[in-house]
Design a binder for this molecule. Structure first.
Ligand code: PLP
Length: 217
């Protein structure tokens, strides 16, 4: 199947209320252009340098999402254009995003990454740390970052019950926070292998790569 066919097939399985982030990491710009020509405007990357190169060379109405683990010293290279950072997993990273966004007179939207998987290789806050962060006075003073929701990755497993349980836990946390933070609009969960479960459990943003662009090495 072509990228166009894959994209259309995926979109048929996603309600209009769910935003599709087409994850184009490692893939050439021609692939992105092909999806763009079908109307796709939101793309996800996990390396700042690669994303910046693509941003420089592709149409300017693309929304670039940083979905990967992010090092603080890389924030400055994308502060000018990034539209959503999914993987904010430390207060120090948030401080750096605020600082770099300020230099460009922007407010950068961010999602706080929550650790929901069993593996300890996946980054993110736990509930207690989240509560601590949002209650922090320094955090509240940040003018150039806006926390618009949460992001999580489920355990890499065939056990659908476990995946469902992890997503449902994140959704509960999201609901709890959205009652107090009116900026909360976005719950990013679900990838090629588990996005259908994620949507059933309340995701409104899915990050899909290989099912659109083919498998990666
Ligand atoms: C690579 C990646 C995806 C997309 O994974 P696929 O299985 O190819 O759909 C989604 N989210 C994150 C954080 C990723 O790094």
């Amino acid at each position: 199947m072509s990228i166009k066919e894959n994209l259309l097939a995926i979109k048929e399985t996603i309600p209009d209320t769910v935003t599709l982030v087409a994850v184009s990491k490692t893939k050439p710009m021609s692939f992105i252009q092909e999806a763009y020509d079908e109307g796709q405007r939101v793309f996800g990357e996990n390396r700042v340098q690669e994303m910046t190169e693509k941003w420089e060379n592709l149409p300017k109405d693309i929304e670039w999402h940083m979905i990967g683990h992010l090092q603080r010293n890389k924030v400055k290279y994308m502060a000018e254009y990034v539209s959503l950072i999914h993987g904010v997993d430390s207060p120090r990273l948030l401080a750096e995003i605020n600082k770099q966004a300020e230099k460009h007179n922007r407010t950068i939207s961010c999602l706080l990454q929550v650790h929901i998987a069993e593996e300890d290789t996946k980054f993110g806050f736990n509930e207690e740390e989240l509560l601590e962060l949002v209650a922090n006075e320094e955090f509240k003073a940040y003018k150039n970052v806006k926390i618009v929701g949460l992001m999580g990755m489920a355990t890499f497993t065939d056990n659908a019950d476990q995946i469902r349980k992890e997503f449902s836990g994140l959704k509960s946390l999201y609901t709890k926070f959205s009652n107090n933070y009116t900026d909360f609009t976005t719950l990013s969960m679900g990838m090629s292998g588990d996005y259908k479960i994620a949507i059933e459990e309340g995701s409104n943003m899915v990050r899909i790569g290989s099912s659109i662009f083919g498998s990666r090495n």
